[in-house]
Design a protein around this ligand. Structure first.
Ligand code: PLP
Length: 356
């Protein structure tokens, strides 16, 4: 039986990418050596790094006004690295608090400067994206979490401001075109929509980086990694290689505009069924629904475990909701085929017939 992986992260990757990655573990590019054992200073690995950077730029539609880094420490390290590098002790960073990941970024930032939380959706357990708040023009930057993996909400429009945005795009990077001119820094842990865990993509506007606020330990300084092209120390070669394969797959499949179309189609299939089916309801405000993490609730809580069982029987794995929302979460990242969503929709229909 075909298995469909709906886990939020680490998450589904394209089958073709997995096959090439597996091959490279045994024999990388006909070298007769595994990618796991070759030097990060070898010409072969240098080519992988260069290609990963150039594909990132090509797909995001950016040029030399941006630096592209592949760092370790997860998106969680960017919560403090952004602030440590960019926020002076007497400067203010704005935040839109849209859930658990925003909260963590806020907490880390408080160690380095002033935090101004402009808006929060905490009053409704983060089931919507705040709108209509003022953005002071003297902020050093405004931090947002563009897709909220846990609560299933997404910024479909970015805040309208001249203040540079710092964006945690971990669970939606490369899922749609973005206006990169708004961003000072865009970062994403790879393991949601790009590659395996162990590497974090960080895209930094060069002009923004010139406004660095303080000296930092060497490894935590963006400029260290800019100067050494993400190879100051041993980089996570394998996760970067797999990310590069995913970027090639995205390009071969039409780039970000094509990803956005496919993702919208898949999300519509699922949300339409959630809205139609008498046993389920959507968790997030309709206009802010995430196209990546679809959160929905049973109208009768007694149905929770029975439905998850039916999903598993049909090959749909990882549909259990996060504990802070409950119910169900179907993560339908770039690599989720339409058939996976169709299979889940069929389970929902059958479940209604049997239990409605
Ligand atoms: C998963 C996730 C993180 C945490 O990523 P790590 O790489 O595990 O540190 C941060 N932000 C968002 C939006 C996430 O989905």
């Amino acid at each position: 039986m075909t298995k469909y992986n709906f886990y939020a992260g680490p998450a589904i990757l394209p089958k073709e990418v997995m096959a090439k990655a597996a091959e490279s573990v045994v024999d990388f590019g006909g070298m007769g050596l595994s990618i796991l054992e070759i030097s990060h200073r070898s010409k072969e690995v240098a080519e992988v790094m260069t290609k990963a950077v150039s594909l990132t730029k090509e797909l995001l539609g950016i040029g030399d006004e941006f630096e592209v880094l592949f760092l370790q420490g997860g998106a969680s390290s960017q919560f403090y690295m952004t602030a440590m590098n960019m926020l002076g002790a007497f400067e203010s960073a704005g935040f839109v608090d849209t859930g658990a990941w925003s909260k963590k970024a806020i907490t880390e930032t408080m160690a380095f400067g002033h935090v101004n939380t402009l808006a929060s959706s905490k009053d409704k357990n983060y089931n919507y994206i705040p709108k209509g708040y003022d953005i002071p023009s003297d902020l050093k930057y405004l931090h947002i979490t563009s897709n909220n993996t846990i609560f299933g909400t997404q910024f479909h429009d970015f805040p309208d401001t001249e203040v540079p945005l710092i964006c945690d795009a971990s669970s939606e990077i490369f899922s749609r075109p973005m206006d990169m001119s708004k961003f000072g820094i865009l970062y994403a842990g790879a393991q949601k929509n790009l590659g395996p865990s162990g590497v974090t993509l960080v895209v930094i506007n060069k002009e923004f980086l010139k406004k660095q606020a303080r000296e930092t330990p060497t490894m935590l300084n963006y400029n260290t990694h800019v100067k050494k092209e993400s190879a100051f120390n041993t980089p996570p070669v394998f996760p970067i290689y797999v990310s590069m394969l995913t970027l090639e797959w995205i390009k071969a499949n039409g780039g970000l505009a094509a990803m956005a179309d496919r993702n919208a189609e898949k999300a519509k299939l699922l949300y339409d069924e959630i809205d139609r089916n008498s046993l389920f309801e959507g968790a997030a405000a309709t206009e802010d629904r995430s196209l990546m993490n679809v959160c929905f609730l049973p109208k009768n809580e007694d149905h929770t475990s029975a439905f998850i069982e039916k999903c598993a029987e049909a090959g749909c794995i990882g549909v259990k909701g996060h504990r802070s929302v409950g119910g169900f979460r179907a993560s339908i990242y770039n690599a989720m085929p339409k058939e996976g969503v169709e299979t889940l929709v069929k389970v929902m229909k059958d479940f209604e017939s049997a239990n409605g």
